[in-house]
Design a protein. Structure first.
Length: 175
């Protein structure tokens, strides 16, 4: 119980739980002394658990078609892992880290050339396991469409929206 109270926001968040477990003392979380990423397979596994391949379609008056398509790769962690997130920049040599909220920091890559020349080849070489791999494949399809300027046409935008609908929470799971 002491460990569970130390994870994320802790177990004892309600008065009822605090009353039921009055003597529980949270176990101190160890400080990570060396957050350096030493193995690319670790980053692939971390991405399988914590990563997001995001396709955004937003209204834009500055784009002829009226919409802008943006690809984003991101990893989000609790703000206590800020050093780890910053070490991703040192490991990858691209991207940015910013504070998302009081409790969260994000490693973000949105530059299309970095996505096409670095992120996609990295995950081709060090594959993601699990359902997130499907998101990666769809992300790659949209990146290819954008590389071919299809996102600047009605037909291409329609295709991107269809792909986007099947990524992350939009994916349909088969029983």
């Amino acid at each position: 119980m002491g460990i569970k109270t130390s994870i994320n926001k802790g177990l004892l968040r309600t008065d009822e739980l605090k009353t039921a477990f009055p003597d529980i003392i949270p176990v101190p979380r160890p400080q990570v002394e060396d957050p350096e990423i030493k193995d690319p397979h670790w980053l692939a596994g971390f991405t399988s658990a914590e990563g997001c391949f995001l396709v955004k379609v937003c209204e834009s008056y500055s784009h002829r078609i009226g919409f802008q398509v943006q690809l984003i790769f991101k990893l989000t962690q609790h703000s206590r892992d800020d050093y780890l997130m910053k070490s991703l920049i040192e490991f990858c040599k691209y991207g940015q880290v910013f504070k998302h909220s009081k409790d969260a920091v994000v490693f973000n890559v949105s530059k299309l050339s970095d996505l096409n020349q670095k992120i996609i080849p990295f995950f081709d070489k060090y594959p993601i396991l699990g359902v997130k791999f499907e998101d990666f494949l769809n992300f790659c399809k949209v990146a290819e469409l954008m590389q071919n300027k299809a996102h600047l046409t009605e037909e291409g935008l329609h295709e991107i929206r269809k792909i986007k609908a099947g990524i992350n929470t939009g994916r349909k799971f088969e029983a």
